[in-house]
Design a protein around this ligand. Structure first.
Ligand code: GLU
Length: 478
């Protein structure tokens, strides 16, 4: 297979968005799958909006996604001398010329000349001073974008304006810089968002004028939300940073983004990254807008979390707590290695994203206060009769030998049967009494992890509290 030279060329004007992450990933897969090279080019020619913080943010997001690059980061801005050099070639050969017409004047001209591309006057000498530089577009023929995803798109040359490629001061414009850089960097395949399709004929014309072989192009369809609208903040996390903060794992994000709009696969297949690399091909990318559905990503992330090794799981959790909740991080760190491990073990099936983990297991590390339990949950679960059931459950749990999930389950099932009540009537009050919440990891595993002593103490406490709070319950024997 031909090894490809591809590039990811973000403009550092803000965070790395999910669409940009998908572009980066597809380039990375194309490079890795072909034994090729990924060049990271920072398109920082917009000096006002391209800040070092934005660059760092993008590099961080790529590192978090574990998308490594082989060359770069190369600053486009710093290549300005090279851009001027190539511009001079075109001026010397007459392929580019100076023209003082303003944008407004071109608009006027267009009204009077419908159906034609604007051609400027090639000014010389003193008249040329202060004039911008345009590229001469041939009057005949077509510029053909043979796009790997969109197919062949033809642009009639006589309909295209001679594009401005540099300002009067000689600083080049975007489409010129991109074309020069792609040529200099030996890029074989340009994989980027659909929003750049309309720039492509101009870049091709520049490459042709420079006598350069054009790369192949693949324009990725835009990402949409489940409502069919262009992906935005309304749909949930919009940037890689936000995905990270929301507790997603990089491997799950890679998996999900790779399958989005990638033809033959549905978007629920779990594929390890080397499998993605192996199977990726730009020809498989579909033309239709890809739907980014955060719910599906959550589901997939949950699968990744479940399959994560306990060591990594614990490290992910500890890292997340350290960044977002120092008090919880300290509590977690203070526990024994066994306690930490057991907590991770029992929560693994339950949490879909890392942010969900701590609320599900914090009861193992700090005693939840009854006063802090949501009153709605408390009153829904603690009914007349509950106090007596909790007492009996307390006895069964205190007597369980050995103190393991099977024995606890058998003992409590026996109680449920002999009382002739539903399992929920017994197990939910236990859950709320020991965890302070109505959702938790499996109840029997939770009891074991908490340990007999703490379970009994918390049940006693709840029984006492019910005595205070529900006097009606006292009519119930027990
Ligand atoms: N700098 C452009 C962007 O961030 C990408 C240009 C390209 O890939 O050619 O949208």
């Amino acid at each position: 297979m031909e090894s490809l030279r591809v590039r990811f060329a973000p403009s550092p004007t803000g965070a790395l968005h999910i669409g940009g992450a998908r572009t980066a990933l597809y380039n990375w897969l194309a490079a890795r799958g072909s034994g090729g090279t990924l060049v990271l080019r920072i398109e920082d020619t917009d000096r006002e909006r391209s800040t070092p913080e934005n660059v760092e943010q993008i590099l961080d997001a790529l590192r978090w996604l574990e998308l490594d690059w082989d060359e770069g980061p190369i600053s486009q801005f710093e290549r300005a001398p090279r851009h001027s050099e190539r511009l001079d070639e075109l001026l010397d050969s007459g392929a580019a010329y100076r023209d003082a017409t303003t944008g407004a004047e071109v608009q006027e001209w267009r009204k009077e000349n419908p159906g034609r591309g604007y051609r400027g006057m090639a000014l010389e000498g003193a008249a040329a001073e202060g004039a911008a530089i345009r590229l001469r577009v041939p009057d005949e023929g077509e510029t053909v974008v043979a796009d790997a995803i969109r197919g062949e798109i033809r642009f009639r040359n006589d309909l295209q304006d001679d594009p401005v490629i540099a300002r009067a001061d000689g600083s080049v414009l975007y489409n010129f810089a991109v074309a020069v850089d792609d040529a200099d960097m030996g890029i074989t395949d340009v994989i980027r968002g659909d929003d750049h399709l309309s720039n492509t004929p101009r870049q091709l014309l520049v490459l042709e004028a420079l006598g350069e072989e054009p790369p192949r192009y693949a324009h990725l369809p835009l990402l949409h939300g489940p409502d069919g609208k262009k992906l935005s903040k309304r749909h949930g996390a919009a940037s890689v940073q936000e995905l990270r903060e929301a507790g997603f794992l990089p491997a799950a994000v890679r998996n999900y983004l790779a399958l989005l709009g990638w033809g033959a696969e549905d978007d629920e297949t779990l594929l390890a990254t080397d499998e993605l690399v192996h199977r990726f091909s730009i020809d498989r990318v579909g033309r239709a807008a890809a739907i980014f559905d955060e719910k599906k990503l959550r589901w997939m992330n949950g699968r990744y979390m479940r399959d994560e090794s306990l060591d990594r799981y614990e490290a992910e959790l500890a890292g997340h707590l350290a960044r977002n909740d120092p008090a919880a991080a300290a509590e977690f760190a203070a526990a024994t290695p066994e306690a930490r491990r057991e907590a991770c073990e029992i929560v693994r099936d339950k949490a879909q994203v890392v942010t969900e983990v701590w609320p599900l297991i914090s009861f193992l590390f700090t005693e939840p206060r009854i006063e802090d339990v949501d009153p709605k949950i408390w009153s829904k679960v603690m009914k007349p009769g509950t106090r007596s059931l909790l007492r009996k459950a307390d006895e069964a749990i205190a007597a369980a030998e050995p103190f393991d999930a099977e024995t606890l389950e058998a003992g409590l099932r026996e109680l449920i049967d002999s009382e002739g009540v539903s399992a929920t009537k017994v197990l939910q009050p236990i859950r709320v009494a020991i965890t302070g919440s109505n959702v938790s990891p499996g109840i029997f595993e939770s009891l074991v992890a908490l340990g007999r002593e703490r379970v009994v103490a918390r049940l006693d406490r709840a029984v006492g509290h019910l005595g205070d709070r529900l006097p009606g319950d006292d009519s119930d024997p027990g």
